[in-house]
Design a protein around this ligand. Structure first.
Ligand SMILES: Cc1cc2nc3c(=O)[nH]c(=O)nc-3n(C[C@H](O)[C@H](O)[C@H](O)COP(=O)(O)OP(=O)(O)OC[C@H]3O[C@@H](n4cnc5c(N)ncnc54)[C@H](O)[C@@H]3O)c2cc1C
Length: 306
């Protein structure tokens, strides 16, 4: 089926690397007709004279993880790509597919269980087992957004171009979590074409870390991409984007604001990290994520400021 056909076929779905879509088809969660975009899509990484970059949506996660210039300019992006899934998955999974992948909630992934994302009336995880669920309970569905790259791109103020719109922020692309039937705010048949990152700031450093229930090949319980600029021993910029905690990746704005202009040392980081759960609404089984989040904030910022 051609790419244009998706406009007239509501049961069709793009397939890029297929690591998410094909698994949903195999398990019966999706009956959609695949429209292959891998071969025809943009896989290029293009640098502007000022150091900004555009990454084609069909670029693989492995390419982003291993491209030397990307790692030098955007270490948080490269480390996030390097940290997700397995070498085999990274080799075929694409950046666009990563952003548009569907929920990992185990109720959603069971074909025989109804949930809000599949047209059901309730969220079975809310009354059932939500151990891996959100700790910022901001929407009806309690699944955290699954995309590691979305959190990293949020930290870098990325802009997304689709075949219909330009200049979308990660918040524009994913919505606020209230669109329960989907995991993003793309319109029917809208295709992500490329992702743009502004030029790195003078002297900025970045890092990524995840807390995970096994050593690899699993989505994180909590993950954090952090950027800092430190001058004269003080934080000039702190940018923290967390995944695994909310229906969409979240900026930890209370911590960012607390650290602005503060001395970049362990005591001020420890004090500010206490604010990492500001606005959280834990579920009965997800309180533990607040400790993980606070620990990641301390760990990543201490490393970046040492
Ligand atoms: C063991 C394992 C561990 C994993 N761990 C992580 C993890 O820690 N973090 C993480 O983020 N992911 C993780 N993943 C998921 C993996 O990263 C995604 O499945 C992958 O990135 C999806 O990319 P894809 O190209 O294969 O997408 P596909 O499976 O081809 O597509 C996924 C969805 O995106 C849509 N889509 C694809 N491309 C576009 C486009 N250009 N425009 C609009 N819609 C599009 C498709 O229609 C489909 O609905 C893991 C996967 C496995 C198997």
């Amino acid at each position: 089926m051609s790419v244009a056909a998706i406009a007239t076929n509501p049961t069709a779905e793009f397939r890029a690397g297929g690591t998410d879509f094909s698994e949903r088809r195999r398990s019966g969660v999706s009956q959609a007709t695949p429209i292959d975009i891998l071969e025809s899509g943009d896989k290029t990484i293009t640098w502007d004279a000022d150091g900004a970059v555009q990454i084609g949506a069909l670029t693989t996660i492995a390419t982003i993880a291993t491209d030397a210039r990307t790692a030098a300019a955007y270490p948080g992006i490269a480390a996030s790509a390097q940290g997700l899934a397995t070498p085999q998955v990274r080799h075929v999974a694409t950046l666009g597919g990563n952003l548009a992948q569907r929920s990992r909630c185990w109720y959603f992934r069971r074909a025989d269980i109804d949930c809000l994302k599949k047209g059901g009336a309730t969220c079975p995880a809310r009354s059932g087992n939500h151990l891996y669920g959100v700790v910022f309970d901001l929407a009806e569905c309690v699944a955290p957004h699954p995309s590691t790259m979305a959190a990293a791109l949020l930290a870098y103020d990325a802009r997304i171009t689709t075949d219909r719109r330009r200049g979308l922020t990660i918040a524009d692309l994913l919505g606020d979590g209230s669109i329960v039937r989907s995991d993003h705010a793309l319109t029917e048949g809208e295709m992500i074409k490329s992702i743009a990152l502004p030029a790195p700031l003078e002297g900025e450093r970045a890092s990524y870390k995840r807390a995970i229930s096994r050593t690899y090949a699993e989505w994180p319980l909590v993950e954090l991409c952090a950027r800092v600029v430190i001058a004269d021993g003080k934080f000039q910029l702190v940018r923290l984007a967390a995944g695994g905690v909310a229906p969409v990746p979240l900026r930890l704005t209370a911590v960012e604001a607390e650290l602005s202009g503060k001395i970049a040392n362990a005591p001020s980081i420890a004090e500010a990290a206490k604010l990492s759960g500001s606005g959280a609404k834990p579920l009965p089984m997800t309180v533990y994520k607040l400790d993980l989040l606070q620990g990641l904030v301390r760990d990543v910022l201490e490393r970046l400021s040492s």
